[in-house]
Ligand binder design. Structure first.
Ligand SMILES: Cc1cc2nc3c(=O)[nH]c(=O)nc-3n(C[C@H](O)[C@H](O)[C@H](O)COP(=O)(O)O)c2cc1C
Length: 142
């Protein structure tokens, strides 16, 4: 079985970002990611994006390069690059969690973002179990 490359980054959302912009990001992401076999999770909260991309390393890096060029976000900081045998988000071309309007797992997200922004989430053994828990606690993300 080929190994899966996982990459987690966070970025600042453009100040004038609208929900229409997010909708468009999700639509194009799901189309491209399905074609490339990329899966993952995008979280939006309080002006920040946090995204997990997983798939073949080259494809993930190509997508990340596109996102770096995308002026709907800026100041991208890659937190984690790792490989494992399994996908965390099998079957999810890009799950989305809106931390501003959903109350489900809100405290959990606050803790997650705070930990990331404080630089305390750089180890895969810390973030991977948290993402797994997050997926399990919010089955309506798709
Ligand atoms: C926060 C954020 C996350 C994104 N995630 C993805 C993604 O997972 N896959 C993807 O193809 N594009 C993603 N995009 C969009 C890319 O930046 C780019 O607009 C898109 O890949 C272009 O696709 P196209 O050449 O098919 O139009 C994201 C953009 C932003 C701002």
């Amino acid at each position: 079985m080929s190994s899966i490359f996982h990459l987690v980054y966070y970025s600042r959302a453009a100040e004038d970002l609208s929900y229409t912009d997010i909708r468009e990001v999700l639509d194009v992401s799901r189309r491209n990611n399905t074609a490339l076999g990329i899966t993952g999770l995008l979280i939006f909260r309080d002006g920040f994006f946090l995204q997990l991309l997983e798939g073949a390393e080259k494809d993930v890096r190509d997508i990340l390069n596109r996102i770096r060029e995308d002026d709907r976000n800026y100041s991208i900081r890659v937190m984690i690059e790792t490989e494992s045998a399994d996908r965390l988000f099998e079957g999810w071309s890009m799950a989305f969690y809106d931390g501003d309007i959903s109350t489900n797992s809100t405290q959990y997200l606050v803790d997650l973002f705070e930990a990331v922004l404080e630089g305390g989430m750089t180890k895969k053994n810390l973030i991977m179990p948290i993402l797994r828990k997050f997926r399990a606690s919010a089955p309506d993300l798709k």
